[in-house]
Design a protein around this ligand. Structure first.
Ligand code: NAP
Length: 286
C-alpha cells in the first residue's frame, strides 16, 4: 500500500504557481487577485477564508476579504458581487458558504460573473465542465484529478465508484472521471447496498460525510481509495477537543489498497491548491 500524499503534491504545485507569479510580475503582467466575501461570524467560515487568504499570500497573489454583517440584505449582497464583477483588478471571486438563511445561495452564485467564478459553481461553468470545455473546475474534484495525475494512477478502463452526489464533490467528480475514461458508478443514500458496487471498484472516491463509513470488507484487493470526507469527532486527548476523521476506516481499508489518501493530509491540501490554480487561470479569462 502506498500513500497518495496531498501534502506533497500540493507543495510541488504551490512551488510551480509561485514561479509563475514571479514570471508574471517580472514581465510586467498582472498579479492574480482573489476576492472573498464573508458574511457573518461563523467560526468555520472565518477559518476557511483566513486559510485561503494565507494561501494567496504564500504564492504571491493579491487577496481581498470583504466582510459583511449577517444582517446584510440579499439585494445589497448582490450589489456587492456586481461591484466585484465590474472591478478589473479582481480576477477571481468566492463567496464563502453557507450564507444566512434569508439569502439565496443560488442567486448569489449565479450573480458572480462566470469568468471570475473560481469555485466553479456557476451553472455556466458547471455546463462547460460537463461538456469537457476548459473552465474553472470545483476545487476538490480538480485537486483529486491533479493528485491522480501526479502519481500516474491509471484511470482508462477502470471502474470508478463515487459515493456521494453533491454539487461540489460527487457530481463534478463523476463528470471528470468519465473524461478520464473511467467507467463511473455514483452511489448515494438511496443506493440499497453500496458494497455491491465498491467491491467491484478499481477506484473508490468516498464523499459521504460519515466517519469510517467505508470498511475493509467493502473494498477489493489493490483498489485505489480516495477519502474526501472530513468530520470533526470529539477527542479529549487533542488540544482542540476534536480530531478530523475521514469516510474511510483507514486501518481495515489501507492493507487492501494499492494507493490510499490519508486524513488529514490527503484531499484537503489538494482542494486548497485547486482554488489557487483556478485563480492563476482567472487572469486569462476576462
Ligand atoms: P453532502 O452534500 O452532505 O453530500 C453527501 C453525499 O453522501 C450525498 O450525496 C448523500 O446522498 C450521500 N450519502 C449520505 N449518506 C449515505 C449513505 N449512508 N450511503 C451512501 N451515500 C450516502 O456532502 P459533501 O459536501 O459532498 O461532502 C462530503 C464530505 O466531504 C464531508 O465530510 C465534507 O466535509 C467533506 N469535504 C471535504 C473536502 C476536502 O477538501 N477534503 C471538500 C469538500 C467536502 P443523498 O444525495 O441521497 O443525500
Amino acid at each position: 500500500m502506498k500513500i497518495l500524499s496531498g501534502l506533497d503534491v500540493s507543495k510541488a504545485l504551490r512551488i510551480e504557481i509561485k514561479e509563475k507569479v514571479v514570471a508574471l510580475k517580472t514581465s510586467g503582467k498582472k498579479t492574480p487577485h482573489l476576492a472573498a466575501i464573508l458574511v457573518g461570524n461563523d467560526g468555520a467560515s472565518m477559518t476557511y477564508v483566513a486559510a485561503k487568504e494565507k494561501d494567496c499570500q504564500e504564492v504571491g497573489f493579491n487577496s481581498t476579504v470583504l466582510k459583511f454583517d449577517a444582517s446584510i440584505s440579499e439585494v445589497d449582497l448582490i450589489k456587492e458581487v456586481i461591484k466585484i464583477n465590474d472591478n478589473p483588478d479582481i480576477d477571481g471571486l468566492i463567496v464563502q458558504l453557507p450564507l444566512p438563511k434569508h439569502i439565496s445561495e443560488k442567486k448569489i452564485t449565479e450573480t458572480i460573473s462566470y469568468k471570475k467564478d473560481v469555485d466553479g459553481f456557476h451553472p455556466m461553468n458547471v455546463g462547460m465542465m460537463f461538456k469537457g470545455i476548459k473552465t474553472f473546475l470545483p476545487a476538490t474534484p480538480f485537486g483529486i484529478i491533479k493528485m491522480l495525475a501526479y502519481y500516474n494512477i491509471e484511470t482508462a478502463g477502470k471502474h470508478c465508484v463515487i459515493i456521494g452526489r453533491s454539487d461540489i464533490v460527487g457530481k463534478p467528480m463523476s463528470a471528470l472521471m468519465l473524461q478520464q475514461n473511467c467507467t463511473v458508478t455514483v452511489c448515494h443514500s438511496k443506493t440499497p447496498d453500496v458494497s455491491v458496487f465498491t467491491k467491484q471498484a478499481d477506484i473508490i472516491i468516498a464523499a459521504v460525510g460519515l466517519p469510517n463509513y467505508l470498511t475493509g470488507e467493502m473494498v477489493k484487493e489493490d483498489a485505489v481509495v480516495i477519502d474526501v470526507g472530513i468530520t470533526r469527532v470529539a477527542d479529549a486527548s487533542n488540544k482542540n477537543g476534536y480530531k478530523l476523521v475521514g469516510d474511510v476506516h483507514f486501518e481495515s481499508v489501507a492493507p487492501k489498497c494499492s494507493w490510499i489518501t490519508p486524513v488529514p493530509g490527503g484531499v484537503g491540501p489538494m482542494t486548497r491548491v485547486g482554488l489557487l490554480l483556478n485563480t492563476l487561470e482567472a487572469i486569462n479569462s476576462k
